[in-house]
Design a protein around this ligand. Sequence first.
Ligand SMILES: O=C(O)c1cc(=O)[nH]c(=O)n1[C@@H]1O[C@H](COP(=O)(O)O)[C@@H](O)[C@H]1O
Length: 308
Amino acid sequence: MNDYSTRLHTAMQAKRTAALVGLDPRESSLPAEFARILQDHPGDRFERRARAYEEFSRRIIDVVAPFVAAVKPQIAFFEDCGPAGMLAVRNVMQHARDAGLIVIADAKRGDIGTTAEAYASAWLAGSDPSAAPYPADSLTVSPYLGSDTLTPFVDAAIQRGAGLYVLVRTSNPGSGSFQGLVANDRAVCDHVAAEVERLNQSTRGNGSYGSVGAVVGATHPLELRRLRQVMPTTPLLVPGYGAQGGTAADIRPAFDGQGLGVLVNSSRNVIFAHLRPPYSEVAESRGWEAAVEAAARDFASEFPVPAA
Ligand SMILES: O=C(O)c1cc(=O)[nH]c(=O)n1[C@@H]1O[C@H](COP(=O)(O)O)[C@@H](O)[C@H]1O
């Protein structure tokens, strides 16, 4: 069984990019052709929306799979469709795995130990997609309840060859209100980062990176640099690029010498490329999937990874 970091970095080297496409479907931004499903598909409006999100996400996966290493379904949008949405996201995750992509479930879970065990068991399929009802390779996790509540996730990650991304410094404008508070001369996010690095070491084996990752937003470039120093062997998930204002130059210092150690997320800017220039022109002449393909290619080329 290959551990998460080995699988992730193999995928990044195969696709030669650190780009990750976020699957955040939103009814109001779907291409026009999905109006048919939203109106005519059998079931109530939640079931119809779930059907549209599944079809849209599957087609995004088919378009981007040649260019990126991973996708990150944002569970909130599927949950907002009720039970049909959860079935849809399960199918989307399986479709992505069948396409050879690394799947990060963005569900931001976290709770006391026994409950955390159930969350981990539900989401961390790891190297064997049949090991959990939701076949994710890795999961986003909140550290707010304390270090002991991360342990069940770490144990499951080790057992199943799965990965975690613990929220350290999130990309939203107000993330400093708690994460930036200073205690014992260090910001809370630095304390979390030190703990993530410690937990990560226990999963590391002989590889350069372990399986306990951290989320650090591209919108805080100075913190990103500092936190990379605190977590030198921790794989980073960096959201906030593109639609939230983060740039490639903000993120580059977090990569190691081989172009590894960081996955960069972009959701809206890729999956809804048909809504913004210059890709809207591509959509007009060649359809929305051509626009997504062009946006995914451009995004992937911003974060090149050399072949192994
Ligand atoms: O865990 C995340 O992925 C995440 C953490 C964070 O700090 N900021 C953040 O934007 N995200 C997620 O990353 C995605 C960003 O989407 P775009 O802004 O459209 O690229 C959303 O699904 C967010 O929930």
